[in-house]
Design a binder for this molecule. Sequence first.
Ligand code: SF4
Length: 603
Amino acid sequence: MFRGGYAGKILRIDLGQRKTADVDYPEELRKKYLGGRGVAAYFYYRELPAVLNPLNPENKIFFITGPLTGMPVLASTKMQLATRSPDTGHYLCSNSSGNFGPYLKFAGYDGIILEGRASSPVAVIIDDAGVHFQDAKHLWGKKTTEVDEYFKKAFAGKRIGVISIGPAAERGVRIACIQVDGRSFGRGGAGAAMAAKNVKALVSCGTRPLPAADLDALKGSIAQAAKDVRQSKRSHTTHGTPQYTEIINEFGCYPTRNFQTAVFDGINTISSVYMKEHYFVRNQACYRCPVGCAQVCAVKEGSFKGAESDPEYETIGAFGGQCGVSDFGAIIAANQICDEEGIDTMTTGTLIAFAMECVKRGLISGAEIEGLDLRFGNSEAMVEMVKRIARREGLGDILSSGFSQIRGKRPELEPYMMHVKGMAFAHYEPRGFHGMGLAFGTSSRGACHNVGGWTIRDELVVKKYDRFATKGKGRLVQTLQDNRAYVDSLGICTVVRGALGFGDSPSGKVLEYVTGYDFTPQLMNIGSRIYTLERLILNREGLTRKDDLLPERMKEPLPEGFAKGRDITPAMYDEMLEEYYQIRGWDRNGIPRQEMVFSLEIP
Ligand code: SF4
């Protein structure tokens, strides 16, 4: 019997009927899948069919918090979603920080299942008294920041969390994100799925925090963890995730000009040090986070004067190195447009870099870009293309549909598309550390470093593994994936997981102090169960080994830098993939064997 951490029920919202129902959230399910990503995947598997148009009303969005979300624990800000991705066409899991998850739990719900389609734009408010539908026609077309402001005023004096979509999602941009209190469910186009349901915003404003099983013990343990985090994550506070920009470039693993090289010659003016000196304004922190890693930056002069946003490492990489742009002001401006319009920065930058290479090679005509000088390094053209994507104008319309759709429309451009399973590569060069290639290839949602495994620490920083070796990478990637899968199900930010004892050898008592149940010995097994369930979902949607392969470009040796001459040949990749499948208990086609499914007690 759980004595804290869970509200004990999930809210089902039928938009077409404007009806709600409480969904039972059995203890057995929580013990097997924890919450967050695990439980979202469980509902997805149970409630969505194998074949489905992500923009049809039959698609659903499962927003699920974890047992630690909103609890008096560090960075207990996270919520997960699962839906059929409008960008890739397959299963999508995504996580976001923000206040929405905590205040949803304080209203008595562990999650929301959003289904059907409203007949006209709505906002849904969830408070202590229940669920209220509000007409949102007057908000349709508004930027995400305007929607936030509107609800802050409407609920002045109250603590609220706001989930919203921007105008890009309403226009059907398939790489649209969902904004959550200034953070986002970024990749995979969940914003387009929400727009297709005619939902402009969800607002949570519960006021009744949940009990913890042993609050005194929890407070003691968190006080110590907070001290540790402030010390160990000081670099996150001072430079945020942009701190990796210089390091990854030095390692020769910084994707540049659509992965044509991995060293960026303009690094000095997009580095974290340069950012701090010339653009930094203030830190920003998520709910209950002592780190405050977000670096709010502003442009004080030049073409992009007045722009303000908080670019992460991945965003700087996508608009910087990938597009060959060394003007940090342009990166801030592009980031701001993406946030306000509600589109994913990482995917947008990578798509523009792809288009720049195609233009250079004469594969995209001057007519298609309507006079825009879309060459690498042209910051003005890059920012203009972000706007065109958001508005679906000209070439922007094609790019706005994401790699999966572009493949169908323009198959001749496939050699220059850097993606796996339709999702654009994150900002790491696998030819410079091969475990990252396996992570991209086997990630449940496509070429993602979070879900797939952040191998940077083990391969580049502490060098536990030879970065250019293939042997052993199967084990590394599987361990990172399982670790991340259970952490994504807890409701905390990954940055604080170590201090709370949630590594790949879980320790610590925080989860027990919250729930009254000792999950610790089973956590990695729960991660493995979640990952295998996600694989069964992908198999059901027709994805197998053929979809785990990397783009052709990985066979080309890198031309310069620390990893000069390195490539990933099909034989090298096969070796890693074989080892990985074997460890996972999947067959040679990437399908989990029955005995493994049985031993993990799935679903
Ligand atoms: S470390 Fe950064 S991303 Fe994580 S919760 Fe804190 S401020 Fe948010």
